[in-house]
Ligand binder design. Sequence first.
Ligand SMILES: [Zn+2]
Length: 245
Amino acid sequence: MHCTRKHDYNDAMLNNEATKTTPFEIKVIYSKRKTIELRFLDADLLQIKAPNRTSKQKLADVLLQKADWIAKTRRTLAERWQTPQMKQGEQILLLGSWHSLKILSTPNAKPQISETGVITIGKSLAEAGASALVPLYRQLTRQWTEHYAQLYAQRWQLAHQGIRITSASTRWGSCGPKNTLNFSWRLAMAPLISIEYLVVHELAHIKHRDHSKAFWQFLKQMMPDFEEGQSWLKQNGNKLPKIKP
Ligand SMILES: [Zn+2]
């Protein structure tokens, strides 16, 4: 049996450090399970899966125990960049900077970036939501990863077996066992130096399969300023807007 109940956050978290943040909604789903699981669906909505007949007091205790995790998770989620609403003039992240979105009256005009840095897209496509931008992200990821792969593969005599663009949301890229390089189209949101770093990172795996000291030394040899590209990915990776492939 499923039933949901809403609690006010303050109900459970009274006198706790974390209550100084804004209240959030709690949705409890009771079922035949054995353990309690907490998951934020977004910064203001916590879903709790609990065994049937778990008492309100028990839930409150769990929330208290998890106060630090709750505060930290909410902070991370609140920092996430908004999923594009596909509105006229909206700012869209591309290659590390924000670009204005221009909706064209041509219904099915594919997403493009103009010479002036404006992203244009047809009206009907825009109405389909942020996913309509994926072809543009894919195209840019392919273009720039191929560019850097060619440059570095030649210079360092590293033979890769082609590039594949994926929809991965938890990793930027990988190097397959047969030296195929995989990159997520989400990489097109990152600055060029980060795309360059990631290509060099995956290419370096052709020589060193692990993240050993030798790997990092080789990478630094290939791209002495790699840390600059790496830091953007580290700092912003979990802020990327949710866009479905
Ligand atoms: Zn790696």
